[in-house]
Design a protein around this ligand. Structure first.
Ligand code: AMP
Length: 126
């Protein structure tokens, strides 16, 4: 089954300038902005400007230029926010996909979380 993209999702509206965002960084193919409900002192979302639903959708169908630009922006955001693991305290990258991944917004995004000790990645379900 192919992915279908809902252009009424909230990040599509942010990309069209219909709702505001706190931009951290922008490049040709990528936007990074602050999460509206931060779960850590650093909580930045990085999204491609193209219409991709999940990470695997993006990784499978985006152009080389979009993929390179996205990942270079991730690196630049980590540097800018001071959460690299080489000369800083590190961080966590998360990308939720679909139902089991409990994805809220159906536009691919990478969460960059840092600025505090984050604890274990997953906890056992009740
Ligand atoms: P996910 O469960 O990975 O789809 O997470 C979606 C994220 O988008 C959540 O962390 C929300 O807090 C965040 N979010 C939702 N609406 C906005 C918005 N208008 N601006 C910034 N972040 C948002």
């Amino acid at each position: 089954m192919a992915y279908s993209y809902d252009d009424q999702n909230i990040f599509a509206k942010i990309l069209r300038g219909e709702i505001p965002n706190k931009t951290v960084m922008e490049s040709d193919h990528t936007l990074a902005f602050e999460d509206i409900r931060p779960q850590a002192p650093v909580h930045v979302l990085v999204i491609p400007k193209g219409p991709y639903v999940t990470y695997d959708h993006f990784a499978g169908e985006a152009s080389e230029a979009e993929i390179a630009d996205f990942h270079r922006t991730v690196a630049a955001v980590c540097r800018k926010m001071g959460v690299t693991a080489d000369d800083g305290p590190g961080c966590r990258f998360i990308s939720n996909a679909g139902e089991d991944g409990v994805q809220e917004v159906p536009h691919f995004h990478l969460h960059i979380l840092g600025g505090r000790r984050l604890g274990r990645m997953l906890q056992k379900a009740e």
